[in-house]
Design a protein around this ligand. Structure first.
Ligand SMILES: [Zn+2]
Length: 181
């Protein structure tokens, strides 16, 4: 084997193993939204683990966030704080956090993609979050929010990598990014 061949083999191996642990460890791609979103309200939304799930700000308490999710297929939903306390707004069906999550998911991914992922029987005129919500048939079932929340934190730290996008002004209230990684 010549020296050149060895060098090229080594560089192929190196490129195979390049990429951060974030890129390797996540099945979730952060894509630009189909339409602009208000990050302050729903700072994180993903279609992952068989769920539409995300992080939703509390309407009243700036320091509190909720992890909300809807399971694909069953449409069972869950909402709780990042400290795993149940959301108080679930007694009469999906709370406002879940509705906000669906609305923002439609802006982020488009109604068709969200409906397909959740396996909602969607008519061609179903174009917004309220239409999708009206077709969900699931019940309340608590789901763990820790994974969603930790991916949200990694997402934030990813946004704030040197040379990346500057920290989002809308996120100023969220204090925990320094504690990640
Ligand atoms: Zn809630």
């Amino acid at each position: 084997m010549t020296a050149d061949a060895t060098a090229s083999q080594q560089s192929e191996q190196a490129s195979e193993h390049s990429g951060s642990s974030w890129e390797r460890g996540s099945t979730v791609r952060v894509v630009p939204p189909v339409r602009p979103r208000k990050l302050a309200k729903v700072p994180y939304v993903e279609l992952a683990d068989g769920r539409l799930q995300g992080v939703v700000s509390s309407g009243s308490d700036e320091s509190r966030v909720y992890v909300s999710s809807i399971e694909a297929g069953t449409h069972d939903y869950s909402c709780g704080t990042n400290n795993n306390r149940p959301c108080g707004g679930l007694s009469a069906g999906p709370c406002k956090h879940i509705k906000a999550l669906v609305n923002e998911a439609v802006l982020q991914y488009g109604a068709d993609r969200v409906a397909r992922y959740l396996r909602v029987e969607a008519a061609p005129d179903d174009r917004d979050g309220a239409d999708l919500m009206a077709r969900l048939r699931g019940g309340l079932r608590r789901a763990a929010g820790e994974m969603v929340f930790s991916r949200f934190l990694r997402h934030l730290s990813y946004l704030e990598l040197p040379g990346g996008t500057a920290p989002l002004p809308e996120m100023h209230w969220f204090p925990a990014t320094g504690a990640v990684g």
